[in-house]
Design a protein around this ligand. Structure first.
Ligand SMILES: Nc1ncnc2c1ncn2[C@@H]1O[C@H](COP(=O)(O)OP(=O)(O)O)[C@@H](O)[C@H]1O
Ligand SMILES: [Mg+2]
Length: 222
């Protein structure tokens, strides 16, 4: 139902480059994600998945259309307001983790919470570290972890501010099947507990998701 969607895009379009050599990365894309749902954007490389997630997450200004998060128009905010709103409401996970190399696992997980001044940050971070089976790695540095562990740290970090919406851009792209399954299970559990997940993937799996949006050349397919 449109009314209770936590994230909604309305006719979102994005063009890269100058006129004449313009790439249409997204064309009139309308999607929505409700609480407790785990949805997927599927499409081949270059179909616009990352562009859609970045625009939906407040990191890339669309050329047309709107993004509504909890009924707030993301791009009607000033850049400063948008940054704060994003930090409170939207978590991101990327294929390339982007962990801070000189911070420990626990420090990486706590990082987004420091700026937001979260009072129970220590307990939250410790809870997430346990939940993602990183308890034996809290004091380790990213370089000492397996790729699967690194992605679990990135996931814990994305959830520490309890954002409500998690955007995951091919989070399992660098993982083997076992670690892929662990991450997908973590995302599903997060959705089941009240979160909302939108994950981009170029894989073929469609089972177990609440909805699969298929993108091709920036357009949503039936
Ligand atoms: N910064 C950019 N400048 C120019 N073209 C871009 C840029 N980012 C993406 N594109 C183009 O936009 C299209 C969609 O890209 P992207 O959203 O990254 O797709 P996907 O994530 O599905 O691989 C592609 O044709 C890509 O080459
Ligand atoms: Mg991409």
């Amino acid at each position: 139902m449109t009314e209770n969607a936590v994230l909604r895009t309305e006719d979102l379009s994005k063009f890269y480059g100058r006129t004449g050599k313009q790439v249409t990365a997204l064309e009139n894309v309308s999607i929505q994600v409700e609480p407790t749902t785990f949805k997927v954007i599927r499409g081949p490389s270059g179909s616009g998945k990352s562009t859609l997630l970045l625009a939906a997450g407040g990191l890339l200004h669309p050329d047309a259309g709107r993004v509504l998060v909890r009924e707030e128009d993301l791009y009607a905010f000033s850049p400063g307001q948008r940054t704060v709103f994003r930090g409170q409401n939207i978590g991101f996970v990327f294929q390339q983790f982007y962990l801070v190399p000189y911070l420990s696992v626990l420090e990486n997980v706590k990082m987004p919470g420091v700026a937001l001044d979260i009072p129970d940050l220590d307990e939250r971070a410790a809870g997430l570290v346990e939940r993602f089976r990183l308890g034996h790695r809290v004091d380790h540095f990213p370089s000492e972890l397996s790729t699967g562990e690194r992605q679990r740290v990135a996931l814990a970090r994305a959830l520490v501010a309890e954002p409500g919406i998690l955007l995951a851009d091919e989070p399992t792209g660098n993982l083997d099947m076992e670690n892929e399954q662990i991450i997908v299970d973590c995302l599903r559990e997060y959705a089941r507990n009240g979160g909302a997940v939108l994950m981009a993937t170029h894989g073929l799996r469609t089972d177990g998701f609440d909805q699969v949006y298929q993108l091709k050349d920036g357009k949503l397919q039936e």
